[in-house]
Design a protein around this ligand. Structure first.
Ligand SMILES: Cc1cc2nc3c(=O)[nH]c(=O)nc-3n(C[C@H](O)[C@H](O)[C@H](O)COP(=O)(O)OP(=O)(O)OC[C@H]3O[C@@H](n4cnc5c(N)ncnc54)[C@H](O)[C@@H]3O)c2cc1C
Length: 396
């Protein structure tokens, strides 16, 4: 199908929404993005873009913007949290040079995607919160908080974790609290911070850290298992003392970082099923969802943003390559559901691996130490299916 002149309405100006907006606009579509916020401002903390995500930014012509805004990661170090002893090291420098692994601030990723979308001719409408979705008529329609109703021949839901469009396609779904909370914070980095991620692992807890913005800032994500419920929100603050207490028996390096934390964000970790239905074709229009709207994930594989970028590319390619919306959306859902289900399951499994205690912990850490020493390349090749997957080189 040609996308030239095709009107498209995208809900949400996050990573998925802005990426798909640019991808579609570059193919000639007339794209409008509706975003509930009153401004695209500095929100969030650090994000990781692994090679499978950076391949999409490269194909969208945003490689140099990504290089300018991010730090190229050279390694992931797994460390015993309480002692600070190294367990093993994943040498990311072994990845092909064109397969960059990047650390960057979410605000910087949003800024470069926004600029890319606007340059491609995308219209952004702020203060446009979708209150209702109507998929029962001839065309998909949304109603804004203001009461305005918008009908569109192609409606794309990139409205994140609490997606209205996912609910419109699948009915309400009940995520369950995993019994884990994550604190997120950004602190000033120590001078000369290496572009390496550190995962400090302890029984029932772990803390991930990496530098941002040329090594001036340090991102911290600290996860604790606990029974007390916490809200699933990007915008909830907590007392920094709670975070310090949870990691009081970790190494001086970790405790030193936590001394600098003020007002961390608290995020209750919930497990959502991958949406069963991602698309719908009506007589006069079609609907698709992508990103967190389709497959919210736990953060333990750092794939939220990279999966959203992959979705954006595959959806656009499918719409371009197939003759009808029905064929395009069926191909999109089939490819992406399979891959994202595997990634979400792998992220779920990592939570258990990081939080081992007692004998399983000793055996697990010893196995990792040996593997890292004897077969470092094998350590990295375990992730080939994830990082080596380049959707820009695959048939849609
Ligand atoms: C404020 C915020 C902070 C975040 N911070 C981090 C972080 O520090 N680390 C991390 O790993 N991930 C963070 N994320 C999540 C991360 O961006 C996503 O997991 C990933 O990038 C996938 O992006 P997405 O575009 O699918 O969803 P999101 O990035 O969540 O974007 C969804 C967009 O849709 C908009 N939206 C939602 N509902 C409506 C509606 N009804 N009408 C109109 N617009 C709507 C939202 O305002 C948002 O801009 C954050 C997300 C948000 C929204």
């Amino acid at each position: 199908m040609t996308l030239i002149g095709q009107p498209v309405t995208v809900i949400g100006a996050g990573v998925a929404g802005l990426a798909v907006a640019r991808a579609l606009a570059l193919r000639g579509a007339q794209v409008t993005v509706l975003e509930q916020a009153d401004a695209i401002r500095e929100v969030g903390a650090g994000l990781q873009i692994s090679p499978n995500g950076s391949a999409v930014l490269r194909a969208l012509g945003l490689q140099s913007a990504l290089e300018a805004a991010s730090m190229r990661a050279t390694a992931v170090n797994l460390i015993d949290g309480p002692t600070g002893d190294p367990v093993t090291r994943l040498d990311l420098a072994r990845l092909r040079p064109d397969q960059g692994y990047h650390f960057l601030h979410r605000a910087d990723l949003i800024a470069l995607l926004l600029q890319g979308a606007v340059e491609a001719g995308v219209t952004l409408r702020l203060l446009s919160r979708i209150a209702e979705v109507d998929l029962s008529g001839h065309r998909p329609a949304v109603t804004l908080d203001t009461g305005d109703r918008i009908e569109t021949p192609l409606l794309i839901g990139a409205d994140g974790l609490h997606s209205r469009l996912r609910a419109g396609l699948n009915g309400p779904q009940q995520p369950f609290f995993t019994g884990q909370v994550a604190w997120r914070a950004v602190i000033p980095a120590e001078p000369g911070a290496a572009p390496e991620a550190e995962v400090h692992m302890g029984p029932g807890r772990h803390l991930v850290s990496y530098p941002l913005r040329g090594g001036t800032l340090r991102n911290l994500v600290a996860v604790e298992e606990r029974a007390r419920w916490a809200e699933e929100s990007w915008t909830l603050r907590d007392d920094s003392m709670d975070m310090r207490l949870a990691f009081a028996d970790f190494s001086p390096r970790v405790r030193g970082w936590l001394d600098h934390v003020e007002d961390p964000w608290l995020w209750g970790l919930f497990r959502h099923p991958v949406a069963s239905s991602w698309t719908k074709v009506l007589a006069g229009g079609s609907i698709a969802i992508l990103g967190d709207a389709a497959h919210p994930t736990l953060p333990f594989l750092a794939q939220g943003a990279s999966m959203a970028l992959e979705d954006a590319w595959v959806l656009t390619e499918a719409l371009t390559r197939h003759d009808s919306p029905a064929a395009a959306l069926a191909a999109y859902q089939a490819t992406r559901k399979l891959r994202t289900t595997r990634i979400v399951a792998a992220a779920n499994a990592n939570a258990r691996a990081y939080h081992l205690s007692g004998l399983p912990r000793m055996i697990g850490h010893t196995g990792l130490r040996l593997l890292g020493r004897l077969a470092p390349a094998a350590m990295l090749s375990r992730f080939d299916w994830l990082y080596g997957h380049d959707v820009t080189q695959l048939p849609a």
